[in-house]
Ligand binder design. Structure first.
Ligand SMILES: *[C@@H]1O[C@H](CO)[C@@H](O)[C@H](O)[C@H]1NC(C)=O
Ligand SMILES: *[C@@H]1O[C@H](CO)[C@@H](O)[C@H](O)[C@H]1NC(C)=O
Ligand SMILES: [Cu+2]
Length: 236
C-alpha cells in the first residue's frame, strides 16, 4: 500500500516540466522580466514543497535575505499581474501540467530582516468554480497570468508577496499535496494605515487541513482553500 502510494509521486516528480514558478511580475504596465523582484529560486526552480513544516514553504528558497532581491514599486489599490510558467522560457502554453489541478493563494507580509518572522495576511484565493473549474485550469487558459489587487488602505512600506499554487492531484494521500510558492518583494506606495494581522507560514498549514488533504471529485464546489480568510473589504 505504501509503495503503491509513493510511486506515482516519484514519477510526477521526475517530470520537472510539469511544475511551475512565478517567473515575473507586471506592475503598472511594466513587465519586470524573469526573476526580477522574486526571491532566489531553488536549484531546481519549479520543484514543489511537500512538507508543510519545511521552512521552504514560505518562499521556496533558503535565501530569505531581503537584500538578495530587488524591490519593485506598486501603488496601493492598484492591480498587478503575477505570471506563472514551467520555466524561464515563459511560454504562454507552458504554465503547469494540466494534471496538477488545484488552488491559487496570494499573501502579503511586511518585509522583515532575515531570520525574523514574516506575518502573512491573505489578499486573494481561488479554488474551484463550476464555470472556470480549478484555479490552475483558469491560469492555463489565461497563459499563466494571475491578476491581484493590492489593498488600497495598506500602509506604505516594503512587503513580501507570497503567491502560491497548491496542486491537489496527489492530495488524497496525506502529505501528497504539492506547494508551489514564490515570493515577490514590493514597495507599496500611497495607501493608508492598515497592516492586517498575519499568520506564520510554515506553521499555519497542517497536512490534514481539509484543503490540503483532499480527494477531488463530485464535491469540488465545496472545496475550501486552506489558510486564513482573505482580509476583509475594510482593508481594501
Ligand atoms: C522549458 O520547458 C519547455 C517544455 O517543457 C522545454 O521545451 C524548454 O526547453 C524549457 N526551457 C528552458 C529554458 O528550460
Ligand atoms: C540590507 O542592507 C541594508 C543597507 O546596506 C542594511 O542596513 C540592512 O541591515 C540589510 N538587511 C539585512 C537583512 O541584511
Ligand atoms: Cu508534480
Amino acid at each position: 500500500m505504501r509503495i503503491k502510494s509513493i510511486i506515482p509521486h516519484l514519477v510526477l516528480a521526475g517530470l520537472v516540466s510539469a511544475h511551475t514558478i512565478v517567473t515575473n511580475v507586471i506592475i503598472d504596465g511594466k513587465n519586470y522580466g524573469y526573476g526580477k523582484c522574486i526571491r532566489p529560486y531553488w536549484k531546481s526552480p519549479n520543484y514543489p514543497v511537500t512538507d508543510v513544516n519545511s521552512p521552504d514553504l514560505a518562499c521556496r528558497t533558503s535565501n530569505m535575505d531581503p537584500n538578495a532581491t530587488d524591490i519593485c514599486p506598486v501603488k496601493a489599490g492598484s492591480k498587478m499581474t503575477v505570471e506563472w510558467h514551467r520555466n524561464k522560457s515563459m511560454n504562454p502554453d507552458d504554465v503547469i501540467s494540466a494534471s496538477h489541478t488545484g488552488s491559487c493563494l496570494v499573501y502579503m507580509a511586511p518585509m522583515v530582516a532575515k531570520g525574523q518572522k514574516l506575518e502573512w495576511f491573505k489578499i486573494y484565493e481561488e479554488g474551484y468554480n463550476k464555470d472556470t473549474k480549478w484555479c490552475t485550469d483558469r491560469l492555463i487558459s489565461n497563459g499563466g497570468l494571475l491578476e491581484v489587487t493590492i489593498p488600497g488602505k495598506l500602509k506604505a512600506g516594503n512587503y513580501v508577496m507570497r503567491a502560491e499554487i497548491i496542486a491537489l492531484h496527489g492530495a488524497r494521500r496525506l502529505g501528497g499535496a504539492q506547494f508551489f510558492p514564490n515570493c515577490i518583494q514590493l514597495k507599496v506606495e500611497g495607501g493608508a494605515d492598515v497592516v492586517p494581522d498575519g499568520v506564520e507560514i510554515p506553521g499555519y498549514y497542517k497536512e490534514d487541513d481539509p484543503g490540503i488533504h483532499y480527494t477531488k471529485g463530485a464535491d469540488n464546489e465545496n472545496y475550501e482553500v486552506p489558510g486564513p480568510n482573505v482580509i476583509g473589504a475594510e482593508d481594501f
